[in-house]
Design a protein around this ligand. Structure first.
Ligand SMILES: N[C@@H](CCC(=O)N[C@@H](CS)C(=O)NCC(=O)O)C(=O)O
Length: 204
């Protein structure tokens, strides 16, 4: 169910890297188990283990993969296009995802009710999607910043996918809607989708 883990799977698949998938059930709070906290003290997914090296945080993991495995680069050479990719990725990771993280939504749901929780998600998706739509409007091609998939795409698809779990209305975001359709046609993204993971049934 994690959008952050979804981004990492997309990056791994785009780079053609094989990996062993280990599910952490967020609803059962396995991310807070002593065993998991030993490898990731902040208690969030995802975590990547590469030999003895353990790294967490989707952005840091993807940057690590990017430098270690240069095939299918996730950052363009062009400085401005690269900055645009960082900006779009960071809107997702810093300005949307932390506000719609499970404990935040759980707290709002318990203290203010389910309707308030849904409006909260919609409000913060909209607050992030509006600038993303504007930012990418003059740069998008087939994908967010041109005709190649880059970092912005790796973070956009998971958050759009998450917004749909909360039935967020995408009609005001024609570019993001078009990108989302394009992503869904790609085998590397299909294989990374939450619903296609081995543990999907147990988290639905
Ligand atoms: N900045 C971190 C955020 C990680 C994060 O918030 N993970 C969520 C899932 S997307 C999580 O583990 N939530 C469970 C919880 O907060 O208890 C990243 O991008 O990896």
């Amino acid at each position: 169910m994690s959008s952050c883990a979804y981004s990492v799977r997309i990056a791994l698949n785009l780079k053609g890297l094989e990996y062993e998938y280990k599910a952490v059930n967020l609803f059962k709070r396995e991310q807070e188990s002593p065993e998991y906290l030993k490898i990731n003290p902040i208690g969030y997914v995802p975590t990547l283990k590469d030999g003895d090296f353990v790294i967490s945080d989707s952005f840091a993991i993807i940057m690590y993969l990017e430098e270690k495995y240069p095939q299918c680069p996730l950052l363009p050479h062009d400085l401005k296009k690269k900055a645009l990719n960082y900006q779009a990725a960071n809107i997702v990771t810093s300005s949307i995802q932390p506000l719609v993280r499970l404990p935040v939504l759980g707290y709002i749901g318990r203290s203010l009710g389910q309707d308030e929780k849904i409006s909260w998600v919609h409000k913060h998706m909209g607050k992030g999607f509006a600038p993303l739509e504007k930012l990418l409007k003059d740069h998008a091609g087939k994908y967010a910043t041109g005709d190649e998939l880059f970092l912005a795409d790796v973070f956009l698809e998971p958050i759009i996918n998450m917004s749909q779990r909360y039935k967020f209305d995408m009609s005001e975001y024609p570019l993001l809607s078009r990108l989302s359709k394009a992503y869904q046609e790609l085998p590397a993204i299909q294989a990374a989708m939450p619903q296609n993971q081995p543990d999907a049934a147990s988290t639905n």
